[in-house]
Design a protein around this ligand. Structure first.
Ligand SMILES: O=C[C@H](O)[C@@H](O)CC(=O)C(=O)O
Ligand SMILES: [Zn+2]
Length: 277
């Protein structure tokens, strides 16, 4: 069912870890494969991180297989799902209702939704699911519907628009927070200055990069940074004790998703650049 399971980690585990081990623990790659729904599982907030790339025929979100008591039940029996299309136009069908999603458009799928179908050749659906305690309203969110924050400047190479898609003031959810950030041409730094949020884990998916572009993603405790070199359409897991920030070889887009103790975007501990080591 899950391509890979990512375990929760202790910050001490950052010591002496090789680049390969770092990638193995936090980098989520190969989730957009033509004609497949690829799902990975993280013990951090029990996030499911995945991709659906339909070809000529539709793809279905799989049903649960384990444990025996849940086998055959919908994956969203006790979960909610956020979907963002990062490719060409496509359609998501929720229990028979078709919802068109163009690039950068997203959909909040409530707990209890039984059948989720993905269609549209060229569409690339990014999937994020976390446990939920109740069903909220199904909602499509475009960038125009989002709460938008302008941050940074071209002079400091970090001019970007932060779009809040799923947060209490834009779309109700049980635990999922979801948004997208678009960097302006010439700007390459995100989340500058960086922060940690003890009460939530976060997943970043970088996209809109060329094949030979790279993202230098920084993680770890603020006084012990490490980096992971990332490619287009790869995601990275940020444990609650870790910063998450990067620079790229050009401007790019990224989707951020959080879950945990609360839905308060402002519940973050912003770090001074001079504190970083
Ligand atoms: O906890 C919030 C997240 O890390 C992002 O919203 C930060 C971000 O998009 C940015 O500064 O560019
Ligand atoms: Zn964050």
């Amino acid at each position: 069912m899950f391509e890979k399971t990512f375990y929760a980690t202790h910050p001490d585990m950052m010591e002496c870890v090789s680049n390969e081990e770092l990638r193995d623990r936090y980098l989520v790659s190969d989730i957009f494969r033509a004609g497949e729904v690829v799902l990975t599982y993280s013990h951090g907030e029990r996030f499911i991180i995945g991709g659906a790339v339909p070809g000529a025929s539709p793809l279905a979100l799989p049903r649960q297989r384990e444990p025996a008591s849940a086998a055959g039940h919908p994956l969203l029996e006790r979960r909610e799902l956020g979907i963002v299309n990062i490719g060409g136009p496509g359609t998501v069908t929720l229990d028979g209702e078709e919802i068109a999603l163009a690039k950068y458009e997203s959909l909040y799928v409530p707990m209890g939704t039984a059948d989720v179908l993905f269609t549209g050749e060229g569409a690339r659906f990014y999937l994020l699911s976390v446990p939920a305690h109740r069903a909220f309203e199904r909602k499509k969110m475009t960038l125009a519907d989002a709460a938008t924050m302008q941050r940074g400047s071209l002079e400091t190479s970090n001019e970007r628009d932060i779009y809040q898609l799923v947060l209490p003031h834009t779309c109700s959810s049980a635990s999922l927070c979801l948004g997208m950030t678009l960097l302006k041409p010439g700007s390459v730094w995100n989340t500058m200055p960086p922060h940690v949020h003890e009460r939530r884990s976060e997943i970043y998916l970088y996209f809109d990069l060329a094949e030979d572009d790279r993202i230098f993603h920084y993680m770890g405790q603020p006084d012990a940074l490490r980096h992971i070199v990332m490619e287009n359409e790869q995601a990275v897991i940020s444990p609650p004790w870790s910063v998450h920030m990067s620079s790229g070889t050009r401007n790019y887009a990224f989707i951020w998703a959080m879950a945990g103790e609360n839905l308060d975007y402002e519940d973050m501990d912003v770090k001074d650049i001079c504190q970083l080591r």
